[in-house]
Structures are given as C-alpha cells and as structure tokens.
Design a binder for this molecule. Sequence first.
Ligand code: KIV
Length: 266
Amino acid sequence: MKKQTLHSIQKLKDNGEPIAALTAYDSSFAKLVSQLGIDIILVGDSLGMVIQGHQSTVPVSMQNMTYHTQCVASANQGSWLITDMPYMSYATESQTLANAAQLMQAGANMVKLEGGQWLCSSIQKLTERGIPVCAHLGLTPQSADALGGFKVQGRDEVNAKQIIQDALSIEKAGASLLVLECVPSSLAAEITKQLNIPTIGIGAGNQTDGQVLVLQDMLGINRDFRPRFVRNFFEDKKVNSVDEAITAYISAVKNRSFPDDEHSFV
Ligand code: KIV
C-alpha cells in the first residue's frame, strides 16, 4: 500500500486524478478502507451523529476526537489522515495551536477547520509550525444553527462570491486542502479552477478534485438519513460485500461517475 503524503495528494490534483476520501472512526474500518486504497481518511466530527447519536456535531469534544484519531491511526495502512477540530476548539489562536498539536500527537497528518477569512491568521500560524491544514467551506455543520439549518450554501450571488473569496484567502494563508460541502456544482467547479490546492467535495458536484462521504452513509447503515448527495453503494445488485461497496465507491470517484446530477445541487 502506497503511503500518501501532502505531496502525493497535491500530485493527484496536478495529474488530474480524482482523490477518493471516506470517513472512519475506528481501527477496523480504518484498516479496511486504507487496504482497499482510499487516498484520504477523515476522522470527521460527524462521529457526533454517526457514533454518538447526537443531532449535530456541536457536542463533540477534543477528548472524543483525540480518542478516535488514535483508534484510526493505529490501523491506518498509509492513507492521508485528516482529523476535524471540533466545535470551539479553534476559537482563539492559542486554543487552535494547542488543540491541533494534541490531534497531531494522536496520529493525524492534517487538521480540518470550518470557516473562511476569519481563520487565516490561525491557518498561517499552524502551517508556519508545520501543521498541515484543510479548510472547510460551504455548509459548515458546526455553524448549522447560524446558517438556518443543514442547507445548500452559495446559491445567491453574494454568498457565492463570499465563498470564492474565502477559498482564495485560505489558500493564500497556507491551507493545503479544501472541503466544499453542499454548494452548487458550478460554484465548486469555479473554485476548483481558481485554486492550486485540491478541493474535496461532498454535495458539490463532480468537478472538484476529489470526493468524500461518511462511510456509514455510503453503506446505507442509517435508513432514516439519506440526503440528496449520498449514494448507497450497497444498493447496486453487483455489490455483495462491504469490501465491494467501498471499492465501487473508489472506482466511481476515480472515473467521475459519482456524483452524478442526481446526487448534486444546482
Ligand atoms: O465531519 C465530517 O465527516 C465532515 C465531512 C462530512 C466532510 O466534515
């Protein structure tokens, strides 16, 4: 299994090869997805909903993220490992540095923070100190209450321009990756064109440099939760095992057949 690095992930964008990412929160799934060739594992704070049963990511703590990062890192076979900084763990610069250091010491290769221009100074400080940063724009679940719920972002011109400006700013500040969640495909495509760093989409169409899904969602585990951008890879008649579903997801990302229009927003 090839060990992914910041350089090899950037090279995927530069060579036009889509980047396949999935969440994992435990060692068993981390081992499986990395053995099957996933480029990036995200220890997402979505674990607050998927593992802990909360209605949002807000209750997730640094202790939770540290524990799950340790579980995943112990079994990862070479995928690039990103860990979410949880709610309010990066409210001030000193908190950001101390908490990011804790997640890196737990085994993360990179930390992910939700937000745009207001984060630039923190992103600069983290990268100056050798901590790679992934930013997250569009629907930022930690601020879902402020956004009026889990809604598609960037549909009006003012909001779309703001997201583009945020994306350019976080790249300039030193971010090495950008997650774009629930934005119109055309906006994600425009941002991907303007940035040198890779973009990873979720509900952002198939013109981003890569895709990420929550593992349990693409396996259809939760029957009550099926947002538009999720495809259940187990529903395919040719898929008979978890391994085959994950492999089918990776292939669909790599050949850009996922997401299609049915799983994207205009
Ligand atoms: O927490 C998470 O799993 C995420 C993805 C949905 C991008 O941030």
